[in-house]
Design a protein around this ligand. Structure first.
Ligand code: SF4
Length: 418
């Protein structure tokens, strides 16, 4: 049985594989990790990262923060204050940098809140008519943290930005008042960090709600800790709890995050996927397109083809959201569209099911359908106002290097709003 061992910032010096890095490289990781959360684990270190390819290895870039994730002036200010400032001064600089990184993009806090009467419900987001997002408090962490994560403020204790709930009662009440909701998505963090007993306490009551037809689980456990579904002490218990969903006649949809084909290679990943499929789960896959990690058509073709071989369904190619280190990870919209198109073109039919490139923004998910010079054809694949879902619209770039929806302006202002 593999034993899970995680390392956070304070334990950086205990990671044996880092002994090959220079002092300067280690210091850079420490500086950037004072802004973004850092966590890795023994599986990522031993099975996924190629330590002969540092610092360019894609999984190293995915998991270890690096200097360019901060603007040069922020990095230098932080370096300076850490060397000469008081604790209070350091805290203040860190806080100010974090605030400039748009910690809550896309109106998550205000626009997606759910209410019963005038009471705001904690840990619940209701953006689209038919699906509710639930953030159990026990899942507001992950087996390791991704450097690009748009939920990075969820993992920082001294930021009062956590979306989380310990209670299932308000969620059930809200579902009874809103029978048009047919899906609940467990999210976080990673809900698969919970143990089977805690997960069961949420799942069991949901199965009694007739209007709920689908339970979705957003997770990166298949990449960062696949033993969760194979040899962990709790693996059998976890599979048993998840199996209750399909036994109750509901759909169990795993939204699995894979960012690079390397994550699909260890044999234990196939075993974990097989075990989930045996209990009736369907596994759909998604990832953002990320510079330095997966920004080539070949990487995506390889990833999607391998996913189909493993009985997963490619679902979304996202673009990095307008928070955190977007400036570092994002391709231009035009390049993103080229990468997506070429990747799909080289896929077999069954591997070309992913929508993309898609921006998940304030009012919905917008897909880029075509680019010609500075003109863009786009479509909402999902809009918070149903009547706009699947509507096509055109927009013009208002930036020399458009990387997000805010860099475009709709040509006839009818559909697009931010
Ligand atoms: S596993 Fe998901 S929620 Fe956790 S850090 Fe990575 S992207 Fe973010």
């Amino acid at each position: 049985m593999e034993k899970f061992k995680s390392y956070t910032l304070g334990q950086l010096d205990k990671i044996p594989q880092l002994s090959g890095l220079s002092e300067e490289q280690i210091e850079e990781i420490k500086i950037v990790s004072s802004i973004y959360p850092f966590k890795t684990n023994n599986y990522v270190l031993e099975k996924l990262i190629d330590w002969n390819n540092i610092p360019d290895d894609p999984i190293f870039r995915l998991n270890f923060p690096h200097k360019e994730m901060l603007l040069t002036e922020d990095f230098e200010q932080l370096k300076q204050i850490r060397a000469t400032g008081t604790d209070e001064e350091i805290k203040e600089v860190i806080y100010n940098i974090r605030m400039r990184l748009n910690p809550h993009p896309a109106g998550q806090v205000d626009l997606n809140s759910a209410y019963i009467n005038d009471d705001k419900l904690e840990g619940i987001q209701h953006k689209y008519r038919d699906i509710l997002l639930f953030f159990p408090s026990q899942s507001q962490t992950c087996h390791a943290y991704c450097t690009f994560c748009f939920r990075w403020p969820q993992f920082i204790n001294d930021l009062d930005f956590k979306i989380q709930s310990k209670e299932i009662g308000p969620l059930l009440e809200y579902l009874h008042e809103n029978p048009q909701i047919s899906e609940v998505l467990f999210t976080g963090g990673d809900p698969m960090i919970m143990n089977s007993r805690v997960l069961d306490s949420y799942i069991e009551p949901l199965l009694k709600v007739d209007s709920i037809k689908t339970i979705r689980i957003g997770t990166k456990a298949l990449s960062y800790w696949p033993y969760k579904f194979t040899t962990d002490e709790d693996a059998e218990g976890m599979l048993n709890v998840l199996a209750k969903v399909t036994k109750a006649g509901k759909h169990l949809g795993f939204m699995a995050h894979f960012n690079h084909p390397v994550e699909l290679e260890p044999p234990v990943v196939k075993e974990a996927i097989d075990n989930l499929i045996k209990i009736g789960a369907t596994i759909r896959t998604q990832s953002p397109l990320l510079r330095f990690i997966n920004n080539s058509p070949e990487t995506w073709t390889k990833m999607w083809e391998k996913q189909v071989q493993l009985n997963c369904i490619p679902y979304y190619m996202f673009l990095p959201r307008d928070t955190g280190a977007q400036h570092y990870f994002a391709e231009t919209l035009e390049r993103a569209h080229e990468i997506y198109t070429e990747a799909i073109r080289n896929c077999t039919g069954l591997a070309s099911t992913a929508k993309g490139p898609v921006m998940s923004m304030t009012h919905g998910k917008v897909e880029i359908l075509g680019v010609k010079d500075d003109l863009y054809t786009l479509r909402y694949v999902k809009h918070r106002d149903d009547s706009k879902t699947f509507k096509v619209f055109t927009a013009q770039s208002i930036s020399p290097k458009p990387m997000w929806i805010g860099d475009l302006q709709e040509i006839k202002s009818e559909i697009m709003n931010y």
